[in-house]
Design a protein. Structure first.
Ligand SMILES: Nc1ncnc2c1ncn2[C@@H]1O[C@H](COP(=O)(O)OP(=O)(O)O)[C@@H](O)[C@H]1O
Ligand SMILES: [Mg+2]
Length: 375
């Protein structure tokens, strides 16, 4: 008994020493302006009250908060609180905190010394694009002009992550709920960065797949091959969802229903893609309706270039933004998207997907992990 108590005390002292060492290191590592006191955030969110809840994601709950100076924030509560990974975590917060672009959600900082880890972001008044495009009533708020601007903004934000930020960042989880909208419906990409710290086991990085079913590129789903082209694929899926108002990863009940990607591809081949346009695009309200229809069709064409099965044929994101903005430029004919059976997640081709870890709906299928690569 006595020995047990002694052991416990020793352990506790050892742990305390470790914690202190880590905290010291973090105090040096984390840029001062990115630090938030736990109590400040607790006050801002009214002790994480239910009324302040914005949504639930793979890592935890998100709350709205108001700081003492009136600034609105979104606070993400993290389930994982791996203090031993704290230095890594702080380094990433530093990096992401320094990435700035009009189409990326600003990370304002974090709090790591309280009872749980919290991330603080700028608050986007209209929350996520997902709330609007899949809802027949709220969808009316976003006519084609607004949606086009959201598509272009998302393309520019992604091009910046891939090509212009200080480090090369692959998002890995581009989807409608990660596109946030400000008060004027301008798009900002959320949840980029913060990759390795959230990975419980580092040895998993090369094997575990993170992303959301329905948005994942076939080569990433099947072989874990991760390049910027995986984001390009997800972007293409997202654009098709924005144009049709249909969700790609939701089966429509019917056993033989096609995914949105396949469905649009088939209609496009037959020159009938317009049949799938969301009525909420409100195209009849435009004076030059037929020109606008052509523009929507061109965007669908670009999206189908992004969802091509062969990754090397997909354009880069900066090419995509140019194709979207330069109306006259002729576009290549898209080749086929992957024919994935959504119920079994198997590709209808020669690949063997049966041993693939994503077959069960593991929680990782809903987590966001971005990837940093050296330039
Ligand atoms: N900065 C923010 N401003 C406003 N709403 C936000 C913000 N961040 C997240 N949200 C809302 O909280 C929800 C949950 O976010 P998240 O944890 O990233 O999960 P997911 O992206 O899987 O939905 C989002 O879908 C969005 O509606
Ligand atoms: Mg998110």
């Amino acid at each position: 008994m006595g020995v047990y108590v002694l052991k416990q005390r020793k352990l506790r002292q050892k742990r305390k020493g470790l914690d202190e060492a880590v905290e010291m290191e973090m105090a040096v590592t984390l840029h001062n302006s990115l630090k938030f006191e736990y109590s400040t955030l607790q006050k801002a969110t009214r002790s994480f009250s239910n009324e302040n809840k914005l949504g639930q994601g793979g890592f935890g709950m998100v709350y709205k908060g108001i700081l003492a100076d009136g600034r609105e924030i979104a606070v993400k509560r993290l389930f994982l609180n791996n203090r031993h990974r704290a230095t890594d975590f702080f380094n990433e917060v530093n990096i992401i905190g320094s990435v700035e672009h009009k189409n990326l959600v600003r990370l304002l900082g974090c709090s790591c010394f309280g009872p749980e880890s919290l991330l603080v972001y700028e608050f986007l008044a209209n929350q996520s694009l997902e709330r609007f495009i899949f809802d027949p009533i709220l969808g009316k708020e976003l006519d084609w002009d607004k949606r086009f601007e959201i598509i272009v903004g998302t393309a520019e934000g992604l091009a910046y992550l891939h090509e212009n930020s200080k480090i090369r960042i692959i998002h890995r989880d581009i989807k409608a709920s990660n596109i946030l909208l400000d008060a004027r419906f301008k798009a900002k990409i959320a949840d980029f960065g913060l990759a390795r710290t959230f990975q419980e086991d580092k040895s998993h990085i090369s094997t575990a797949i993170a992303g959301t079913l329905g948005y994942m590129a076939p080569e990433y789903l099947a072989h874990g091959q991760l390049t910027e082209k995986a984001d390009v694929y997800s972007f293409g899926v997202l654009v098709l969802e924005i144009v049709t108002g249909m969700q790609n990863n939701k089966s429509k009940g019917s056993e033989f229903s096609d995914s949105v990607v396949i469905s649009v591809w088939k209609h496009f081949q037959k020159g009938r893609a317009e049949q799938l346009f969301d009525p909420n695009l409100m195209l009849h309200n435009y004076i030059h309706e037929s020109d606008v229809r052509k523009e929507v069709l061109r965007v669908v064409h670009v999206a189908l270039l992004c969802t091509q099965e062969i990754a090397s044929l997909r354009p880069s994101m900066s090419r995509v933004s140019k194709m979207l903005l330069k109306n006259e430029e002729p576009l290549a004919q898209p080749t086929n998207p992957p024919f994935i059976d959504e119920r079994t997640m198997e590709l209808n081709d020669t690949f063997d997907y049966s041993s693939y870890p994503l077959h069960n709906s593991s929680p990782s299928s809903n987590l966001s992990h971005s990837v940093f690569l050296p330039r």
